[in-house]
Write a protein that binds this ligand. Structure first.
Ligand SMILES: NC(=O)c1ccc[n+]([C@@H]2O[C@H](COP(=O)([O-])OP(=O)(O)OC[C@H]3O[C@@H](n4cnc5c(N)ncnc54)[C@H](OP(=O)(O)O)[C@@H]3O)[C@@H](O)[C@H]2O)c1
Length: 349
């Protein structure tokens, strides 16, 4: 059994902790609470299951003293200092929070993480649905190709019901459409997709010359009520980004997002409500990926339906735990790990 500490119990963390409990090879040893009011409460209560007899805590030393094999790191915003502390204590990390290769933390942050892994003999891996799983689909799609010209992964969704102003506002949502800061905001807010470009290039043995970023913005022409916040008319309610891996002047990898909110968008971008994975090459390969609830999944509100996306984000990290624990120290990606499928979680009978 591998002993796991869950780091926060937000949307993704709750599903991750539940999966750790269900997983035949994992044991939930503890839980970090970022919110003061969660510290001291039973983990089961925080994740919506029966009491487990283990309290969440904000005492990092106490959690590291448990000597867990792995931390499942799912806070809203990742912190290099916090990751360094965990890794140099010899604890492996699987993350959904802003981490694929560590380049999004800048050169200094990346070096600190590498050094912490060396000191602790530990490894860190990041995934999620997108980035993460969808990049893997792009890579796996090339298995049948004798030539690859370009891989494009596009997330094309209406995010009106996704209520996360703290993560969406820093990307530029809600800012005046003519705000000159918008491109830089969108770049910083989606930087982890640049990591994903590097990871895919590495897996393909591709030396990219540059990772480039482009963005477009669309405004709402009427005030938009999003429940917990509002976007005024004339402000950003649509963001389209493109993170490109360039090689000898050509785009060989293109990770795109198209997010729109509300009914009154200008330009009126149409979305696919799906992820599109396209390999241009020989042959060309086209895949449309959609997540939807299974037959026994009960939901009555949009928020409850969003749980499907949270499961899809948590599980690539959870399934990777045994391989990450077994990996040599350092930053590891899908380019390094064996297949990390839902081993041990097939329902029998
Ligand atoms: N790759 C993907 O496909 C993908 C998809 C979705 C999300 N994500 C990432 O996964 C992570 C978790 O997402 P989520 O929706 O579960 O997040 P969330 O519910 O908004 O927040 C997770 C937890 O972070 C803690 N927290 C709140 N404010 C914080 C702050 N200012 N700094 C640090 N921690 C804070 C809280 O811990 P407590 O539980 O103690 O209150 C909160 O429950 C995020 O980094 C998100 O960007 C990745």
């Amino acid at each position: 059994m591998l002993r796991v500490v869950q780091w926060t119990t937000g949307n993704v963390g709750q599903r991750a902790a539940r999966a750790v409990i269900e997983h035949p090879g994992l044991e939930l040893a503890g839980c970090y609470a970022w919110s003061n009011d969660k510290s001291g409460r039973d983990i089961g209560e925080l994740i919506g299951v029966e009491p487990l007899g283990i309290a969440a805590t904000n005492d990092v030393d106490a959690l590291l003293a448990l000597e867990p094999d792995c931390v499942v790191y799912t806070p809203k915003f990742p912190q290099v200092d916090e990751l360094v502390r965990i890794l140099e204590a010899g604890v492996n990390v699987v993350a959904t929070a802003g981490f694929i290769t560590g380049h999004a933390f800048g050169e200094a942050g990346l070096r600190r993480l590498q050094a912490a892994c060396e000191r602790g003999g530990s490894s860190i891996f990041g995934s999620g649905a997108n980035p993460g799983f969808l990049n893997l689909i792009g890579l796996v799609s090339t298995v049948i190709c004798d030539r690859v010209d370009c891989i494009t992964v596009t997330e094309s969704v209406d995010s009106t019901g996704y209520d996360s102003p703290e993560t969406e506002k820093p990307c530029g949502f809600g800012r005046p459409i003519d705000d000159p800061a918008l491109p830089a905001m969108a770049q910083a807010g989606t930087a982890v997709f640049g990591d994903a470009v590097r990871m895919m290039a590495d897996a393909l043995g591709l030396a990219i010359d540059a990772v480039q970023f482009e963005a477009e913005f669309a405004q709402t022409t009427q005030d938009l009520d999003l429940g917990s916040w509002q976007i005024d008319a004339g402000c950003v309610a649509g963001i389209a980004t493109s993170w490109q891996g360039r090689c000898k002047g050509a785009t060989v990898l293109n990770l795109k997002t198209v997010w729109r909110k509300g009914e009154h968008l200008e330009p009126d971008w149409q979305v696919e409500h799906a992820y599109l994975v396209e390999v241009q090459g020989q042959p060309c390969v086209s895949t449309r990926v959609q997540f939807y609830p299974g037959k026994d999944f009960a939901f009555s509100t949009f928020k409850e339906l969003m749980v499907i996306g949270m499961i899809a984000t948590a599980m690539p990290a959870i399934h990777a735990i045994p391989a990450v624990v077994a990996a040599p120290p350092g930053i590891v990606t899908y380019a390094d790990l064996p297949l990390t499928v839902a081993r041990g979680m097939v329902r029998q009978g």
